[in-house]
Design a protein around this ligand. Sequence first.
Ligand SMILES: C[S@@+](CC[C@H](N)C(=O)[O-])C[C@H]1O[C@@H](n2cnc3c(N)ncnc32)[C@H](O)[C@@H]1O
Length: 291
Amino acid sequence: MEIFHKPVFLRESVEYLNIDAGKIVVDCTVGEGGHSEEILRKIGPGGFLIGIDLDAKALDKSSVRLKEIGSNFILIEGNFRDILVIVKPIISKVDAVLADLGLSSLQLMDGERGFSFMKEGPLDMRMCPLCTRFSAYDVVNSFKESEISEILFYYGEEPLSRKIAKRIIEIRTKTPIRTTIQLAEIVQSIFPRRYYKTNPATRTFQALRIFVNDELENLKRFLAQVPEILNFGGRVAIISYHSLEDRLVKNAFKNDEELNRVNKKVIVPSYEEVQSNRRARSAKLRVAERI
Ligand SMILES: C[S@@+](CC[C@H](N)C(=O)[O-])C[C@H]1O[C@@H](n2cnc3c(N)ncnc32)[C@H](O)[C@@H]1O
């Protein structure tokens, strides 16, 4: 089976979560199963893994991979914002919870999903097409200029959000903006070439993806529920990839009276990890313990 996704903070997340034989663990973002595979190995046949992901395609793939390690796991298609509803009917408390936020390489590389500004595809970006109200196409082609500008500013921290929104409206009054590459070119046309460090479409695509999938609200709800599912001494580890997510995690861990921060200083990837895995360059890991 071909694996596209290289897990970030694989060793650190398993170590910080104190995962060893017999533990009960929830992996809230199974994806291609990189972390789950390592967790299954560490907990051995006496432990149990509950794996969650929004994306049914990802679960189909990881299930094949995990079956090669053991059978002491269950995979559930669902949103981690409902972690209590998902986990409580199976078990009341667990020892460790992992969330590795964002997208997997499998999702990013699949042009048909519309996540990447480098791959031609429909403007979609829904991780779970049945559970989202809008696709990126709907936002770009039917939202008001001011709404588009706010989405780009708030979720993408895009300084030229107004200009981009204005250009989108100008173009879409002539013809709908249907594809990822069309949108990427519209955004790029706003930026003088010499100012590029990263592709200027990065922030617009991030913003649309976060909005379409309601990612910050998912994370807020998850953070509010997670202490209730943890045993005393149990741990939660969250890997985030942009500052909006990391800020939410940082504040929740700092302010929640039932949680103690294991690392006061955020953990960043080693030079070696960043060299061998580009996805790791923006990753941050925070860990807290239930008290
Ligand atoms: C970075 S990938 C995880 C990769 C995984 N750790 C691995 O090693 O293969 C993030 C995954 O989280 C899933 N996801 C994102 N938001 C989610 C949510 N609110 N609930 C459940 N799964 C979510 C995505 O579908 C994606 O498969």
